[in-house]
Design a protein around this ligand. Structure first.
Ligand code: HAM
Length: 422
């Protein structure tokens, strides 16, 4: 019976994992500088957390969640995103009690039953951050600036930061009505999906991808022209701070995001190099979500980026030090040598070196071919002559130079040569 991976779900093979780990380490370095600490969250939660948190009428909740009943009859869902879980953990662990801004980051798989295509998967990985506990627009600007630092370190340069304001509970209902009124005259021209959205979630009409609808949406009222003074001030301040930090951005008044919890600033970073699924990252402010889950009023700002999409964009050919090639490839020739190498390799590895060998043995030629293939820095050749003379041969695989190395002290000598501090 041949079993293959589930559609929209893929393996990340070891060569790829090296790249992933490099990117993840860079994220950790940059985010730590900005005060974010890693939080590890469950991969599944009670379904209610997501349906209420993300919004009952969103595509994610209506069509995309992996939901099932566990053996105890509880309805649970594989997490489609991380924000709702962070909010739950924040309340559950009473983090609000310390009255400071809490900054979390998380990394891991998310699950959405979407139609798989290039850059869109059913299990995909996100790195997300959430800053919880401040209204200050500096948080919005700082988090977006942090992303720019991160992308810069990764060597990314073909992307665009788009921002918008989605208003607040006070001004959005009025805008919603104005928008609905204006959409009414276009209903027969809008797609079937938008006709449904018009009823339940008219703001989503603005980010429909159907060409004719995009045209219509460009003529609809803009939210930034309807937001209250408080929201306007916040949005202007965010823009001023981004400009101060020399972060290029554009305002996209059709940017509404696919999750319902946003208030004030919303943003996305997109790249033309990604094709149709062009969003590397998305996020914004969500000032009421903690309260909706019966926590104290806690203004928050965060984002999540899609790791598959980000990694696709990183120019790894320009990055040094990603490969984890062995330091030494040990080549035993003959029985006597073979009986020595097990312990020698153990000592080299215990000493902190990465060591490989050819477990099948074979001729010098075939073992050296494998040494070459492994891209090790050195090959340590041990044959009968070497054992008799008490000197092994150490071949530098880059320049081909070969030198004698004293058998009795070879572990120390190789360690010094490779210059690794253990
Ligand atoms: P989101 O826009 O749904 O936001 O997802 C963030 C990013 O995850 C997207 O920009 C994209 O790169 C990636 N992504 C989403 N779906 C897929 C998929 N099916 N396949 C591959 N990549 C995908 C959120 O999830 C919010 N929780 C972000 C947030 C955090 N807002 C505030 N805090």
């Amino acid at each position: 019976m041949k079993i293959q991976a589930i559609r929209g779900v893929k393996d990340i093979m070891p060569d790829e994992v090296e790249k992933w780990r490099w990117v993840e380490n860079k994220a950790d370095q940059v985010f730590t500088r900005y005060g974010f600490k890693e939080i590890r969250l469950p991969i599944f939660e009670k379904t209610k957390l997501f349906s209420r948190g993300i919004g009952e009428t969103t595509d994610i909740v209506e069509k995309e969640m992996y939901t099932f009943e566990d053996r105890g009859g509880e309805k649970v869902t594989l997490r489609p995103e991380g924000t709702a879980s962070v909010v739950r953990a924040f309340i559950e662990h009473k983090m609000y009690a310390s009255q400071t801004v809490h900054k979390f980051y998380y990394l891991g798989p998310m699950f959405r039953y979407e139609r798989p295509q290039a850059g869109r998967f059913r299990q995909f990985y996100q790195i997300g951050v959430e800053a919880m506990g401040s209204h200050n627009p500096s948080i919005d600007a700082e988090v977006m600036t942090m992303l720019m630092d991160f992308f810069n370190i990764l060597g990314l340069n073909q992307f665009e930061l788009q921002i918008n304001s989605l208003g607040c509970d006070k001004c959005r209902p009025e805008y919603r009505e104005a928008l609905k009124k204006s959409i009414t005259s276009h209903l027969s021209d809008l797609c079937e999906n938008c006709n449904k959205r018009y009823q339940k979630n008219p703001l989503r009409v603005l980010d429909c991808k159907v060409e004719r609808d995009i045209e219509i949406a460009s003529g609809l009222p803009k939210i930034t022209e309807h937001i209250c003074n408080e929201c306007k001030y916040h949005f202007e301040k965010v823009q001023a701070l981004l400009s101060e930090a020399m972060v290029p951005y554009s305002i996209n008044s059709r940017l509404v995001r696919g999750l319902d919890y946003y208030t004030h600033t919303a943003f996305e970073i997109i790249s033309d190099e990604l094709g149709a699924q062009n969003a590397i990252c998305g996020g914004g402010r969500y000032n009421t979500l903690v309260e909706e889950f019966e926590g104290p009023s806690t203004p928050c700002f965060g984002f999540a980026l899609g790791l598959e999409r980000l990694i696709f964009l990183v120019p790894f050919d320009k990055v040094e030090g990603i490969e984890n090639n062995p330091d030494v490839f040990v080549v035993p020739l003959g029985e006597e040598a073979e009986s020595r190498v097990f312990n020698l390799i153990h000592q080299l590895r215990s000493g902190g070196l990465s060591v490989e060998r050819d477990y099948d043995g074979g001729s010098m030629k075939s073992q050296m071919r494998k040494a070459n293939k492994s891209a090790s820095r050195f090959a340590l050749i041990i044959g009968e002559n070497e054992i008799k003379s008490g000197n092994y041969q150490l071949k530098n695989m880059q320049d081909g130079k070969q030198s004698n190395i004293t058998a009795a002290s070879c572990v120390e000598e190789i360690k010094t040569l490779i210059n690794k501090k253990i």
